[in-house]
Design a protein around this ligand. Structure first.
Ligand code: ADP
Ligand code: MG
Length: 720
């Protein structure tokens, strides 16, 4: 088997790459051609039906069956011209992948292609194997997918894909999308009320999202020779290469042609699907890259991120590449994240996080800025829970970017503004005076956008006209963190609005009331603001002093998710019931535990089946050599030393693997899922993974390169 590595290396040497040509030099010629877009609808539906669809999209109005029938018929006609034969309800169950079940348009009884409104609106996938956390008992295993008209229908391959939400027979959410839609509604309602304090024309606030997606690429042949990558998505073994990322020569460097062709290929596919990809570059680690689309409405951006990840995986096959979305595929190198750029934009076109030259608008800007900071301060634990996963623990729990401590970075200019406001908040404003000037908020420099010192170590940073949630994992469905972010901001804005109204009822001037409350919030949430190096040990100590939570692993982080406070919050805004939260918590814990279990098994298998036999073989060769030397009365001390090292590490490896297996058997008997998951973290992962890996990685250094069975880091990272 050693030779699967050599064989793979041979294949990689012979790879060629094909130049990818776009359908046209102008992206606008092929952008959205595989989407049943608004334009497409307008062209193919009667004005009456189009109006109803538009209302459903913009205002959440219900769609009647007659309208659905007309849309279905138009979609079918459009899809058939594109060579489509099947349709599917496309959804995002809690497995972390997207799901689809294809049904043919062809109806054999009628002998024609059929697609009725009822098929568009609802489907009943056999859902018993999707995670449900006990929400569905097996005798009531039905789940429904329901069309979400706010996200456009698209064609992928030969299949018509209808974005849907996925709920149980009794209406509980079984997917990532349903809660997101509700949280987005909640933040719309709360933010609209607050924005109306400044502008009565505002009647809707849309949350926007732009995701920067990081990923690694590895040659397919090398990938296939690494059971750990195939089974666990990350390398469980592998000695650090002599050259890693210390030269910093990869970041923003020239993109190798094979990679470039892959990028271009998946970008073309994404653009056809209406995903507005716009940025590509090399990332910090060798073999690591980033892609970012332009921001969109949060619901669409969330679907687009999941879809783009699917597209990236499938297109990689054509290029004999494997894309790795795992948060930490290679130890010792940077992990991958997914920066979530988030803002709130009114129907009148104002970005509520955009500082402006108008003093009045700036007060509004400060209201949204400060309320968001306060929301993070009050709910840092919940935000941490929203990004908890086995993969992300490798970033958040380790001393790597960003830390598990939820803090907010706003830059020195805005810090000065908030400080001044805090200090001067008590100032009495006389009639006719310019309050804005007196408080120093008359001119927040517009240049902030270019000016914000880019603190790359903050998990939650203000970057000019948006917040950037950087702690999100690269492999995560962003719906979960975005549900929680929008929910906590909705809650905060609701409180704020209530407080302003109460002051106004007492006869306080509106602006004064707003400023007074902001000042209280600035003081109350000051501890969550941090401008320094988020990766430093000093910050960990400082954060502890400030009382900010620093939860390092998933089972610990998830506790916040099912706290009384969290349940009340979710229920108050109608985002999820206590039962739904409990179910989700159960699913996440089980998923976490299973991931560690798989990693532990794969570690054991590779050690026993590949590494130890290889080490023994080489040890025998050395032993033979030592004997030969002795016979010839030559000095064999150094050889014997090597044999001792190899046999020592082999012994360690063997006994540790056996010990870990025994421990697993013990833990698998624990009934309570939280306890089992927590024990898997402490008694399996923390107790064994590093130690086992250490012995194996040492062996990689000592054993003959020709014999070593697993592609090495230098090969996976530098050969392409
Ligand atoms: P970087 O953070 O690397 O400097 P950019 O500033 O170019 O990158 O933006 C990264 C992402 O943020 C892109 O997806 C971009 O469309 C998105 N973005 C820009 N402005 C906003 C906004 N107001 N709301 C949400 N996302 C935004
Ligand atoms: Mg960014």
């Amino acid at each position: 088997m050693a030779h699967s590595r050599l064989h793979a290396l041979d294949i990689v040497q012979k790879r060629t790459t094909e130049r990818i040509e776009a359908p046209s030099n102008k992206i606008s010629d092929y952008f959205q051609t595989d989407v049943f877009s608004l334009d497409q609808m307008k062209a193919s539906l009667s004005p009456d039906v189009f109006k109803k669809i538009k209302q459903a999209i913009d205002k959440g109005k219900k769609i009647d069956m007659e309208t659905a029938d007309q849309v279905a018929s138009a979609v079918k006609t459009w899809a058939i011209t594109k060579g489509v034969t099947h349709y599917t309800h496309w959804f995002q169950p809690l497995t972390g992948a997207t799901a689809e079940k294809h049904d043919s348009f062809f109806n054999a009884q009628k002998g024609i292609e059929v697609f009725a409104g009822s098929m568009l609106v609802q489907q009943e996938p056999d859902a018993s194997s999707f995670p449900n956390g006990g929400l569905r008992t097996t005798f009531e295993a039905r789940g429904y997918t329901a069309w979400d008209p706010t996200s456009p229908i698209f064609v992928w391959g030969r299949t018509l894909c209808i974005p849907t939400i996925f709920v149980s027979y009794t209406g509980e959410a079984l997917d990532h999308k349903a809660p997101l839609l509700k949280a987005v509604e909640a933040v719309d309602a709360a933010a609209t009320k607050v924005a109306q304090l400044f502008d009565r024309n505002v009647n809707k606030v849309n949350a926007s999202l732009g995701c920067e997606q990081e990923y690694f690429l590895v040659d397919k042949a090398l990938y296939m020779a690494r059971p750990d990558l195939v089974m666990a998505g990350r390398t469980l073994y592998g000695h650090n290469p002599a050259r890693g990322q210390q030269l910093d020569d990869h970041y923003f460097g020239a993109i190798p042609s094979r990679i470039y062709n892959y990028m271009k290929d998946f970008e073309i596919e994404s653009l056809k699907l209406g995903i507005p990809v716009s940025t590509r570059h090399n990332e910090v680690a060798p073999g690591q890259y980033e892609v970012a689309p332009l921001f969109e409405d949060i619901n669409v951006a969330t679907d687009h991120n999941s879809l783009m990840m699917d597209v990236m995986k499938r297109v990689a096959e054509r290029h004999n590449l494997q894309v790795l979305f795992h948060e930490k595929p290679f130890s010792g190198l940077n992990g991958s994240g997914k920066h979530n750029n988030w803002s709130l934009i009114t129907n009148t076109g104002t970005n509520l996080f955009q500082p402006s030259s108008s003093a009045r608008e700036n007060l509004q800007f400060l209201v949204f800025l400060v309320n968001t900071i306060k929301a993070i301060y009050d709910n840092g634990d919940l935000l941490r829970a929203s990004i908890a996963s086995a993969g992300n623990d490798h970033r958040l729990g380790a001393n790597e970017a960003p830390p598990a401590i939820m803090s907010v970075f706003i830059g020195s200019e805005l810090t000065a503004v908030l400080d001044e406001l805090e200090e001067k908040g008590n100032i009495k404003i006389d009639k006719g005076e310019n309050m804005y000037m007196k408080l120093g908020i008359d001119k927040i420099p517009q240049i902030i956008l270019d000016n914000t010192d880019r603190n790359r170590t903050s998990p939650f940073a203000f970057t000019g006209n948006k917040f950037e949630f950087r702690a999100v994992g690269s492999d995560q469905n962003v719906a979960q963190p975005m549900t929680i972010l929008n929910l906590i901001v909705a809650e905060q804005l609701t409180d704020f609005h209530k407080a302003v109204k109460a002051e106004m009822d007492k006869g306080t001037d509106k602006k004064i009331a707003i400023v007074n409350i902001l000042r209280d919030y600035i003081k109350a949430s000051k501890k969550v603001r941090f401008e320094g190096d988020g990766y430093s040990e000093a910050w960990e100590k400082e954060a502890e002093k400030r009382g900010l939570p620093n939860v390092k692993n998933t089972p610990g982080a998830l506790e916040a998710f099912v706290s009384k406070k969290s349940k009340d919050l979710f229920a108050k805004h109608g985002v999820m019931t206590a039962e739904e939260l409990e179910a989700r918590n159960e699913i996440y814990l089980e998923n976490y535990m299973m991931k560690l279990q798989i990693e532990a098994r794969v570690m054991g298998d590779i050690a026993l089946n590949q590494i130890i036999p290889t080490a023994v073989k080489y040890q025998n060769t050395l032993a033979q050599n030592a004997q030969n030397l002795a016979q010839l009365k030559l000095d064999n001390k150094e050889i014997v030393k090597n044999i001792e090292l190899i046999s020592g590490y082999t012994k360690d490896l063997t006994s540790l693997v056996h010990e870990m297996v025994e421990k697993r058997k013990e833990l698998n008997k624990i009934e309570d899922m939280h306890e089992r998951a927590a024990k898997y973290a402490s008694d399996i992962k923390e107790a064994y993974f590093e130690k086992i890996r250490y012995a194996a990685d040492k062996l990689e250094l000592y054993v003959d390169d020709e014999l070593w069975p697993l592609p090495k880091y230098r090969e996976m990272l530098f050969l392409r």
